[in-house]
Design a protein around this ligand. Structure first.
Ligand SMILES: Nc1ccn([C@@H]2O[C@H](COP(=O)(O)O)[C@@H](O)[C@H]2O)c(=O)n1
Ligand code: CDI
Length: 168
């Protein structure tokens, strides 16, 4: 019997310093007027956590395995690009993707009004449903102080059945 496999992914990015501002890309969307996150890529912690959860579910390493900061081609890469590539790698390893669920912890951006837009963009990238939720940390910790964002994701995958032997 082939059972589904779950995975988990966590990603944290700090907001870029005031003297070196960056655009905010989060959950596959550009957030005009919001302070951006720092990173080797675009810093999209939601997309990165989703990609890591997929790798975890399939047992094929993690973000650093596939998109390490030693890879110049991923400098500035969009989270959507990394999520789509992660989904491709997981499928190439013989898995179908059931779904991905992500929650981020942060005061900003105010996420709910753009949830459907974000879920559509990320689901298209993964080729499977991606749901996204947000919560504040009630002003506690680094997300509460507005220093950065944490994203936590789970994913479910199922291994493709091996091709059956031909009938005699
Ligand atoms: N960045 C965020 C954070 C939260 N929300 C929405 O607000 C709800 C209440 O958040 P609490 O932290 O007070 O529990 C949350 O369930 C989200 O719907 C948001 O849109 N953006
Ligand atoms: C995505 C990568 C690669 O560009 O860079 P970052 O944007 O720094 O992201 P992080 O989630 O810290 O780790 C994975 C990195 O390999």
């Amino acid at each position: 019997m082939i059972l589904p496999r779950t995975g988990i992914g966590v990603d944290i990015h700090a907001f870029a310093p005031e003297d070196s501002p960056a655009p905010l890309w989060l959950a596959g969307l550009f957030w005009e007027g919001e302070r951006g996150l720092s990173g080797h890529s675009d810093g999209d912690a939601v997309a990165h956590a989703a990609a890591d959860a997929l790798f975890s579910a399939a047992g094929v390493g993690d973000l650093g395995t596939h998109f390490g900061t030693d890879r110049p081609e991923y400098k500035g890469a969009s989270g959507v690009t990394l999520l789509a590539e992660a989904a491709r790698i997981v499928r190439a390893a013989g898995f179908e993707i059931g779904n991905v669920a992500v929650q981020f912890v942060g005061n900003r951006p105010i996420f709910s009004p753009r949830r459907q837009e974000a879920e559509a963009v990320l689901s298209a990238a993964a080729g499977a449903p991606v749901s996204v939720s947000a919560t504040t940390s009630d002003k506690l910790g680094f997300p509460g102080r507005g220093e950065g964002i944490t994203a936590i994701a789970t994913a479910l995958v199922i291994q493709n059945a091996p091709a059956s032997a031909p009938e005699r």
